[in-house]
Design a protein. Structure first.
Length: 138
């Protein structure tokens, strides 16, 4: 096996270094678009949060109401997919304000939640719980 060797004269080395640096910087900038990214991922046909845990919707939440009706002990068992104050709606995703003033992500106006009894990515043990909790689907 032979190894290719490139000998660049000292005159070309600064130009080559500058070209490589410019390419790396431009490539990095291209991956940084101004558009916000979706707060969820798709896995096995259902939406998951950033940690890969399954997300759910609550039938008692009214789509488009701008709020969650799962608060207090409900939110202890069904933790919301939290948004930051700086998060902005993107596509079908909106941000609702909870009773405590904190922000939560919603899909098509329905707030998104985790289920405390799901212990690993891929768990969907909350699907159909009390006939009012459903896995979130795109």
């Amino acid at each position: 096996m032979t190894t290719a060797r490139f000998n660049f004269s000292p005159v070309w080395r600064p130009a080559l270094a500058a070209t490589l640096l410019a390419s790396a910087l431009l490539g990095g900038c291209a991956s940084m678009s101004g558009a916000p990214s979706a707060p969820t991922k798709l896995a096995d046909g259902v939406l998951t949060g950033p940690t890969g845990m399954t997300l759910y919707t609550f039938d008692r939440d009214v789509a488009g109401s701008g709020k969650s009706v799962c608060n207090g002990p409900c939110a202890t068992n069904w933790p919301p997919l939290m948004a930051t104050d700086s998060d902005k709606p993107t596509g079908d995703y909106t941000v609702v304000t909870r009773d405590d003033g904190k922000k939560q992500w919603a899909l098509k106006g329905k707030p998104l939640y985790y289920w405390v009894k799901d212990t690993k990515p891929g768990d969907k043990t909350g699907d159909g719980f009390n006939k009012v909790w459903q896995v979130a689907k795109p």
